[in-house]
Design a protein around this ligand. Structure first.
Ligand SMILES: [Mn+2]
Length: 306
């Protein structure tokens, strides 16, 4: 196991790319659910950098298949610079969303850092959705359904160019887990781009353990592992506080195993916690579940393991 990293928490309080208002309150709900003291209680050094400040949500209809593109670009640039600045200092950034369109700013920053530091990159995308839409394929125009496509170079110029390298990542670097809702055109595009997806049918048939063994295979000492955790990954029975619930997700125990297996690699270097929507939650329960799982991502376990 590596020395424990020093963590920087960055809040991005916006719902600019979402189809429901409320994810803008996500960072504060995670703080109320004791994210800082939970990590400190595990012996980690944590600095809360507070929240980024970006444009308000104008709540307009889509233009050319994109809703709020200008504001989404501004927010992603802010996130990109904030995340990159932490990585340059050798710190571990945790981005508290905010909707998942910000995964673009975060992961493009991690990819830029990996290019500069000559590291390999593996991205785990824990989500009910593939987030691989384009303005042609999207039924809604909501940019939180497009960040993975943008990272792979498929999207509007001003978004795909954030980070200075197009595409920001290769589709080969990403593993999607928990997927169970993909739009019709998006489905063909995921196939065409050859994304590696462990969908719920795969997890049902083969188990979370096998899915994670494959998703984490071939990591080496020079690999930076980024986890992009969309809280709607979890079954809505456990995590109702998200805008786009899809039934049939991983159970609490399956999610714990997923997080513990990631922790066991010792390779995780950055994390996004996205789409928590306190306006739709029940007494902050989803935030508490998310913080509990984040504890497991950083190595909390029931017993000492050999
Ligand atoms: Mn997502």
């Amino acid at each position: 196991m590596n020395a424990q990293p020093a963590i920087s928490i960055i809040g991005a309080p916006t719902d600019i790319g979402a189809g429901d208002r409320g994810a803008s309150m996500g960072p504060e709900a995670l703080r109320v659910a004791n994210i800082v003291t939970t990590l400190e209680g595990q012996g980690l050094e944590v600095i809360d950098r507070g929240n980024l400040s970006g444009p308000a949500n104008p709540w307009q209809p889509p233009v050319d298949g994109y809703r709020h593109l200008t504001e989404v670009v501004t927010w992603n640039r802010l996130v990109h610079e904030a995340v990159h600045a932490e990585l340059v200092q050798g710190r571990f950034p945790i981005l508290l969303g905010g909707d998942h369109c910000l995964g673009l700013g975060s992961i493009s920053a991690v990819a830029r850092h990996c290019r500069e530091a000559k590291k390999k990159l593996r991205i785990l995308w824990l989500d009910a959705h593939a987030d691989f839409n384009t303005n042609i394929l999207t039924p809604s125009g909501n940019l939180h359904g497009m960040p993975v496509a943008c990272l792979c170079g498929k999207g509007p110029k001003e978004l795909v160019e954030i980070g200075g390298h197009v595409p920001a990542i290769s589709p080969k670097w990403i593993r999607q887990i928990g997927i169970r809702s993909v739009d019709a055109g998006e489905k063909r595009f995921v196939h065409e781009m050859d994304l590696e997806v462990f969908d719920m049918r795969y997890i049902d048939e083969m188990g979370m353990r096998h899915a994670m063994e494959l998703a984490l295979a071939t990591l080496d000492v020079n690999t930076h592992l980024h986890v992009s955790f969309d809280v709607d990954f979890l079954d809505p029975d456990y995590a109702p506080g998200v805008g786009t619930t899809v039934m049939g997700g991983p159970t609490y125990r399956e999610a714990q195993l997923c997080m513990e297996m990631i922790a066991d690699t010792g390779r995780m270097g950055s994390l996004d916690v996205m789409e928590l929507n306190p306006a739709l939650d029940v007494r902050n329960r989803t935030a508490e579940v998310a913080v509990d799982l984040i504890g497991s991502l950083f190595g909390k376990s029931t017993l000492m393991r050999k």
